[in-house]
Ligand binder design. Structure first.
Ligand code: ATP
Ligand code: MG
Length: 559
């Protein structure tokens, strides 16, 4: 997928090219996407998915889907299922190569036994607190555990008993025997196994010891013959341990190699499963697929297309240093995609009634409107026009401000696809509230007709009152009011109270009565909208995917 010829090759592609030149893995390129099933995937994962599956596609290699399920307390089948759905929806396929780290529990155990036999792992009885004290700091070396020199026989027996469930959680761990004086803290006798009497979503109560990520990951990679194990930057300091594990367990060369890239950060966006889960569990959003969530399922429900997300991932590229991407760029990608593909329609979000006094009562005419001015092949549709229509409340001002080119007493506007109208008077109720606007129309100015060329400054969208269908529209703003990284840290204190606005009495043109889940539209002057799964035959519901104003494209032009 990242085969866009305009985008220069990234440093990972350069490394793979180099490996291919040297025949390090022969002609093979084999990557994996290794999510932990402890939440729904977010847009950051999309970057990793596009990268791993994209490289496999580009080099005619393979990419596995592997669930990194070594932490039973937080994991769940619900997440396993949503992850598969999301990867597929993004347009990628693992064929028959879906694996679980838990498939390897037996092999991981055997490797640990081997490490003990080789004198390269030991059972340690220090408490967590003591371990921290013994670890040392960045400037001071650590101290060796008093249990470090247990005999292999004693270690084997204790490890066996750990596995048999004889010890409580936290009482003992298995540690690698590496170097307590290493400048790299990850190499100071890191923990390989811990005791956790908890039920695993796949292996049940079969195990009460679970391998640590830094131990399970390289071995899982090696067992699957992965060539390039791509992960995010925070694992850079773990790479020596990755290599140590594979070497110590005697995996034959060429071994998989870990390559780190910068994770995606977006402003105004919380991007960690842990935090997203707090939003869900705290009831701050309606669920993992709330259209305000940066999850793939949230973006999908909002109306994002997989094409736009892949395009975004291509454009942000792959770098070796962390940075924050402007969310306006993601919005630009979906706008660009939907501008080409979304059918146009007219919907009045906040209706104001307008009566055309010189239009015959009871008459309805069918006007022709193009479905997409960007794409003639999308054809045309008819829209009814009649004596009573709705326009937007804010398209009328009784006392217009300067440069208000919409409707005002005595002022003319064009109704899109229809006629030029002129405001003659207004009707108010006893309290002085505006009830309706009375206009006249010029029958000579029909759009597409001989005199359609007459120019007026404003063009309004509208719907025919007699034929309109009611719709609910949901407008979204960012979940975080503050765009800074600090705000994302303290995200619960920075939640935007106005991130969702529901307007339940919108008036839509009748063609939208047919709108189905998966359909996306441009509502003229209002933005791009998608049908929400809450829609029913009684009530259509639309999500605003994104508004029309493109701040990102504008910033690009002026820079
Ligand atoms: P989170 O903190 O959101 O749970 P994670 O890294 O713990 O993220 P995993 O399920 O372990 O989530 O991630 C699966 C893969 O996705 C990993 O290879 C990880 O590096 C990658 N990934 C996660 N977040 C991002 C991100 N923001 N940008 C790019 N890749 C990411
Ligand atoms: Mg994680």
């Amino acid at each position: 997928m990242s085969t866009n010829p305009i985008i220069p090759s990234n440093f990972i592609q350069n490394m793979i090219d180099e490996d291919l030149r040297n025949q390090k893995y022969g002609e093979k390129v084999h990557t994996r996407f290794p999510p932990e099933p402890n939440g729904y995937l977010h847009i950051g994962h999309a970057k990793s998915i596009c990268l791993n599956f994209g490289l496999a596609r580009q080099y005619q290699g393979l990419c596995n889907l592997r669930f990194d399920d070594t932490n039973p307390v937080k994991e769940d089948v619900e997440y396993v299922e949503s992850i598969q759905e999301d990867v597929k929806w993004l347009g990628f396929d693992w064929d028959d190569r879906m694996y679980y780290a838990s498939d390897y529990f037996e092999k991981l155990y055997d490797c640990a036994v081997y490490l003990i036999q080789q004198g390269r792992a030991f059972v340690c009885d220090l408490t967590a607190q003591q371990m921290r004290e013994y670890r040392g700091t960045l400037t001071e070396p650590g101290k060796e555990s008093p249990y470090r020199n247990r005999s292999a026989a004693e270690n084997l027996e204790l490890f066996e008993r750990m596995k048999a469930g004889e010890f409580p959680d936290g009482s003992r761990v298995l540690r690698a025997k590496i170097d307590m004086a290493s400048p790299n803290l990850n190499m100071r006798d890191p923990v390989l196994y811990r005791i956790s009497h908890s039920t695993h979503h796949r292996t049940g109560d079969q195990w009460c010891i679970y391998p640590m990520y830094d131990y399970a990951h390289p071995i899982s990679d090696a067992l699957e013959n992965i060539t390039h194990s791509i992960c995010t930057l925070e694992f850079e300091d773990h790479r020596p341990l990755y290599d140590w594990v594979l070497e110590a367990c005697d995996f034959p060369a060429p071994r998989p190699q870990q390559i780190e890239f910068a994770r995606l950060n977006l402003n105004n966006t919380v991007m960690s499963k842990r935090k997203l889960r707090l939003l869900v569990e705290g009831g701050h959003v309606s669920g993992w697929d709330d259209p305000r969530m940066p999850t793939i399922s949230g973006l999908r429900r909002r109306g994002y297309t997989p094409e736009a997300i892949r395009d975004f991932c291509d454009r942000i590229g792959v770098a070796k240093s962390n940075s924050t991407v402007d969310i306006a760029m993601l919005e630009h990608c979906i706008r660009e995609d939907l501008n080409k593909r979304a059918a146009r329609a007219m919907v009045v979000l906040r209706p104001l009634k307008l009566v055309i006094e010189n239009y015959p009562e009871g008459q309805i005419e069918e006007l022709v409107a193009e479905n997409n001015p960007e794409d003639e092949s999308m054809g045309t549709r008819t829209i009814p026009f009649g004596r009573e229509i709705y326009i937007e409340q804010d398209d009328f001002m009784e006392v217009p401000v300067k440069k208000f080119f919409r409707l005002a007493p005595g002022q003319e506007v064009r109704l899109k696809h229809a006629y030029i109208i002129k405001c003659e008077s207004v009707v108010k109720d006893e309290a002085g509230n505006l009830v309706e606007i009375r206009c006249s129309y010029d029958p000579e100015t029909k759009s597409g007709g001989a005199n359609s060329g007459r120019k007026v400054k404003g063009t309004l969208h509208w719907v025919c009152a007699a034929k309109a269908v009611k719709a609910e529209v949901r407008l979204y703003d960012y979940l975080l009011t503050d765009e800074s990284e600090e705000a994302a840290e303290d995200f619960l204190a920075n939640l935007n109270p106005n991130s969702l606005e529901t307007i339940s009495d919108c008036m839509a043109e009748p063609s939208l009565a047919e709108a189905k889940l998966g359909n996306r539209y441009q509502f003229l002057r209002q933005g791009y909208f998608a049908v929400d799964p809450d829609a029913s035959p009684e009530k259509i519901v639309f999500n605003r995917v994104v508004g029309l104003r493109d701040s990102w494209a504008k910033a690009q032009k002026s820079s």
